[in-house]
Ligand binder design. Structure first.
Ligand code: GDP
Ligand code: IMO
Ligand code: MG
Length: 431
């Protein structure tokens, strides 16, 4: 058994990147297996900050192989920019990254479709995507006829495929009210650009399914880095306000090609409060000064889009659900330091839906929209905890808060983070 998974349990941005980088020291392979450049994973090492979108957060450790599997949707120019900026900062990428030939490509028409759909969807129905072409690319993957995979760029019929798909997409996007966007799609230019991307990426492309099967069968230590969070899971999240992949723990095997028998442990990552970017219901959202304070202190602005994140109290109904769904063994509780800015802390222990107390996370977004949080209030600690390195040295109110979360979620807290840096992390020995 050699697979360790790091899975976000909320709506993304739980600090998965920080944790993966930290855990990488004891791993041999780090794998991104779903999502694409909608992800923005931040790793802080001393005075340096790295923002990763496609590349696994193991890349800062030169002894680790990083793998982008066929479950990821990949935008070649964005990936090449990411690789170039890492290389310019003396991070070794060329020998330490493998990309699946099965990965589906985000093409320029996917970006245009994402934007056209966003423009055409007003108000509360707008998903507020990252506009990275993720949904349209996954839609074409499932639809098959208009999909292009990494390996297809090296085939003789690539140019003809681009020409025929581009023609269909121009009509489609025009029909969506995006004539101006369709106008920018020039098949001959795309063919020329993508041929150049293909040559640059060629040395990194491999059959990662076999590589990972060999790795786990040989007992090598493999870490699976989730992107987004379980509440954004296409099948089990707050549909339709979700992303287009299985971002809960359920996505690990399908996305990577590694069967469940090799998964040894799942760490669920959650913030000590909640955030959400984009549209969709968020029962514990704060619309007041406290929400703004958490946003300011936690620097809650999107890593990928820079959008302000919506902030609210910790939702134990939601996280208990996603911890169960993701097969979580232990919890990593992040951003504890941010809650030092409030005098008392609320935790949602149940919802009131149409006058009924509910502790099961609802399957339909309409029920979630009507859910009024039932809060429990705990005392804050009001002291700076960013310099604390041992769990037992945390203020007793902070420990009580973590104990209560653990009890409500039904999983032990193994890791606590009090700042962005690697050193601002505590590991607890669990019985
Ligand atoms: P990810 O997408 O899950 O990897 O998370 P992001 O990188 O999008 O967002 C997490 C943000 O919180 C980043 O800016 C991190 O540097 C920062 N961060 C990570 N852990 C902590 C923590 O314990 N406290 C504080 N204040 N910031 C943290
Ligand atoms: P990381 O990996 C936070 C959200 C978007 C939008 C919805 C659908 O950094 O945690 P998409 O572009 O995927 O079609 O957008 O999902 N979203 C994220 N929110 N963190 C992310 O990734 C996200 N990736 C997508 O804001 O609401
Ligand atoms: Mg992020």
């Amino acid at each position: 058994m050699s697979g360790l998974c790091v899975i976000g349990l909320q709506w993304g941005d739980e600090a998965k990147g920080k944790l993966v980088d930290l855990l990488t020291a004891e791993q041999e392979v780090v794998v991104r297996y779903q999502g694409g450049a909608n992800a923005g994973h931040t790793v802080v090492v001393g005075d340096k900050t790295y923002k990763l979108h496609h590349v696994p957060s193991g890349i800062l450790n030169p002894n680790v192989m990083n793998v982008i599997t066929g479950g990821v949707v990949l935008n070649p120019p964005t990936l090449l920019d990411e690789i170039a900026s890492l290389t310019a900062r003396d991070i070794r990428v060329a020998d330490n990254l493998k990309i699946s030939d099965r990965a589906h490509l985000v093409m320029p028409w996917h970006l245009a479709e994402d934007r056209a759909l966003d423009r055409a969807t007003p108000g509360d129905d707008n998903i507020g995507t990252t506009l990275r072409g993720i949904g349209p690319c996954y839609r074409d993957k499932v639809g098959r006829a208009h999909a292009i995979r990494m390996g297809d760029m090296f085939r003789g019929d690539f140019a003809d495929r681009v020409r025929s798909i581009c023609a269909v997409k121009r009509t489609l996007i025009t029909g969506m009210g995006g004539a101006d966007l369709a106008e920018t799609l020039d098949a001959e230019r795309i063919i020329e650009q993508y041929r150049a991307f293909a040559e640059q990426l060629r040395p990194l492309v491999d059959d990662t399914t076999h590589y990972l099967l060999d790795a786990v069968e040989q007992g090598r230590k493999v870490l699976f880095e989730g992107a987004q969070g379980a509440l954004l899971d296409i099948d089990h999240g707050t549909f339709p306000f979700v992303t287009s992949s299985n971002s809960s723990g359920l996505g690990v095997c399908a996305g990577s090609g590694v069967p469940p028998r090799w998964i040894d442990k799942v760490i669920g990552v959650a913030k000590c409060y909640s955030t959400r970017v984009g549209g969709g219901p968020f029962p514990t959202e704060l619309h007041d000064e406290i929400g703004q304070r958490i946003r300011d202190v936690g620097r809650e602005y999107g890593t990928t889009t820079g959008r302000p994140r919506r902030c609210g109290w910790f939702d134990a109904v939601a996280v208990r659900y996603t911890a169960r769904l993701s097969g979580v063994d232990t919890l990593a509780m992040m951003m504890l330091d941010v809650l030092s800015c409030v005098d008392e802390i609320k935790v949602c222990v149940a919802y009131d839906i149409d006058g009924q107390p509910v502790t099961r996370f609802p399957s339909h977004v309409d029920s979630l929209r009507r859910a009024k949080p039932i809060f429990e209030t705990l005392p804050g600690w009001n002291v700076d905890v960013t310099g604390i390195r041992n769990y037992d040295d945390l203020p007793s109110n902070a420990r009580s808060y973590l104990d209560r979360i653990s009890e409500l979620v039904g999983r032990p807290v193994e890791i606590v983070s009090v700042g962005p840096d690697r050193v601002q992390t505590m590991f607890r020995r669990l019985a």
